[in-house]
Ligand binder design. Structure first.
Ligand code: F6R
Length: 240
């Protein structure tokens, strides 16, 4: 694992954007696996800025997102599709048809899972997968205890996640399930870029990247991947 220690969130965002843009510059038709969440937002803003300056071209890039809530339409403001469109895609020159997020409105798990896996294979596999990590070590929606050998599948959300999300759903219609790439799908990416920021992530970063590999800490499986770059700010890497 390559570890890049950044001073703070802004520095982490810039360094992670550098790694991702190097990937796109070296292979303009890269397939990027992307994540939502607060950690990559600064990196997405940096990529948008460099794109506007003419330094990075996304016209041949394909993106495949990690996860999506079940039951949310793409135009729901809490959907991950909406998040990606508004925080990245509509600000860069990516072709909308080349951006992929699991279909939260597909009720048939088997159909959606095999469609998504076929999509990944059909693009030739993921060149670089971006990941954030949860406070409990989750990656995507693979929560503690998730089997390492799973591909894209449907998962119930934990009570903590449902509770944390409830403030975004004033009508009370909080999603209770999601589609997520499985750990196996994630581990098949050729390169993995992990971003981690803030004091509240220091303990889980230490356990996940410098402790034992265990399904109880899903991100720990990344220690078994042969091409991982971890970009963390000083607070998140303070215990390492
Ligand atoms: C996002 C995702 C999640 C987040 C994780 C960290 O698509 O799959 O696993 O990466 O929850 O979220 P933040 O960055 O908000 O701390």
């Amino acid at each position: 694992m390559r570890i890049i220690k950044a001073n703070d969130y802004a520095d982490m965002s810039r360094k992670a954007a550098n790694v991702l843009s190097a990937q796109v510059i070296l292979k303009p038709n890269s397939v990027l696996g992307l994540a939502t969440g607060s950690t990559p937002l600064g990196m997405y803003r940096q990529l948008i800025e460099w794109h506007r300056k003419g330094d990075i071209d996304f016209s041949e890039v394909t993106t495949i997102n990690l996860d999506e809530y079940i039951g949310l339409a793409p135009r729901h403001p809490q959907s991950y599709r909406w998040f990606m469109d508004n925080n990245l895609f509509r600000h860069i020159n990516i072709k909308p048809a080349n951006t992929h997020v699991p279909d939260g409105l597909e009720p048939d798990e088997a159909r959606e899972s095999s469609r998504y896996e076929a999509l990944i294979q059909g693009c030739g596999g993921i060149d670089m997968q971006l990941l954030g990590i949860g406070h409990n070590g989750h990656i995507g929606f693979n929560e503690p205890g998730a089997a390492f050998e799973k591909n894209t599948h449907r998962v119930p959300l934990t009570d903590t996640t449902i509770h944390a999300n409830s403030r975004f759903f004033p009508d009370g219609d909080v999603p209770r399930e999601a589609y997520t790439m499985g750990i196996r799908s994630i581990m098949q990416a050729r390169r993995i870029l992990v971003v981690v920021s803030g004091k509240s992530k220091a303990e889980i970063a230490r356990r996940a990247f410098f402790g034992a590999v265990t399904p109880q800490i899903p991100a720990s499986v990344l220690q078994l991947h042969n091409n991982v770059t971890l970009v963390g700010d000083a607070e998140a890497l303070s215990l390492y």
